[in-house]
Design a protein around this ligand. Structure first.
Ligand SMILES: [Fe+2]
Length: 294
């Protein structure tokens, strides 16, 4: 593995917020030495049939941060999610903090700018975000150092964020009995996903891993925390030394049978804008549905 600044001596406090509508887990991560914290992968609620947006999930995180007297420094997106909408701007307006994502967001913006036939007012340079990370970049949450790893495959802009002995995997990995996320969205690649997962599994065995999604396979309760050691031993798609070739074959066949996520159309339009809902020419928030565009 390249020289990532791993520091297993720091144990951040991690509070999880599960969203049952999209099976997303959002996190508040606190520096153990100060009151500084970060939010990972927040959720904005949408009733898509009604075109109605609300903030119950985000408000629960905001109340938690306020009640504990925390200072929000970062609002992190592990990638451009296709199954839920980000509440990053809403949280930023209430609590401050910088919104950060991987710099490959520009690739995603270019791809989906075309799918949604966006005009030139939609910038494809990532400028909607406050920070664009490259592989190995570091940032501070109080005295705690975080670093980023490129983990493309599920999407081109996926990154894993590591803070002390906690890593936030986004959709690069699921719980051991959940396996891995699909790799068939535009810009996705099963081989790249395998390589990215190996990179995550080269972190120390004791590294805590926090998932972005869990669907409770085989009727078990929802879970979101595991370790590198557990994933290496037990992950049903990549554990036990499964080969790259076998993974690509399996992933490709599986993905061909998956339906589009229920909220992919609103999610992409909002998340590629760092969580802002697009506006029509009169400044009203509006989402569009490209017919046969995906
Ligand atoms: Fe995703």
């Amino acid at each position: 593995m390249s020289n990532y600044p791993v520091d297993m001596s720091v144990t951040p406090e991690v509070e999880a917020f599960f969203d049952p509508d999209t099976n997303t887990i959002s996190y508040v991560v606190k520096d153990p030495a100060t009151t500084s914290c970060a939010v990972i992968d927040s959720v904005m609620d949408i009733d898509y049939a009604a075109g109605r947006i609300t903030y119950g999930h985000a408000d629960a995180m905001i109340v938690y941060i306020q009640d504990n007297g925390l200072k929000l420094e970062w609002i992190i997106e592990t990638h451009v999610h296709a199954d839920h909408l980000s509440a990053a701007p809403y949280i930023q307006e209430k609590l401050g903090g910088k919104i950060g994502i991987g710099d490959k967001i520009m690739v995603v913006q270019d791809t989906f700018g075309k799918v949604f036939n966006e005009g030139t007012e939609f910038q494809r340079d990532g400028s909607q975000f406050d920070a664009l990370f490259q592989d190995g970049d570091t940032y501070q949450i109080g005295t705690m150092q975080a670093f980023t790893m490129y983990t493309p495959g599920h999407t081109p802009a996926c990154m894993v964020h590591v803070m002390g002995n906690a890593a936030f995997t986004g959709d690069t990995l699921f719980m051991p009995d959940g396996g891995s996320a699909r790799a068939d969205f535009p810009g996705g690649d099963a081989g790249m996903l395998y390589d990215s997962i190996q990179k995550v599994l080269s972190l120390p065995d004791e590294m805590r891993l926090f998932m972005c999604h869990d669907y409770g396979p085989n009727g078990r309760d929802i879970q979101w925390e595991t370790t590198v050691g557990d994933e290496k031993a037990h992950n049903i798609h990549v554990g036990g030394g499964k080969s790259r070739g076998d993974f690509i074959k399996f992933r490709t066949e599986r993905d061909a049978q998956l339906a589009m996520p229920r909220l992919i159309i609103p999610s992409l339009q909002v998340n590629m804008r760092a969580g802002e809902v697009p506006k029509d020419k009169d400044g009203r928030p509006v989402l569009k549905v490209p017919v046969n565009g995906l």
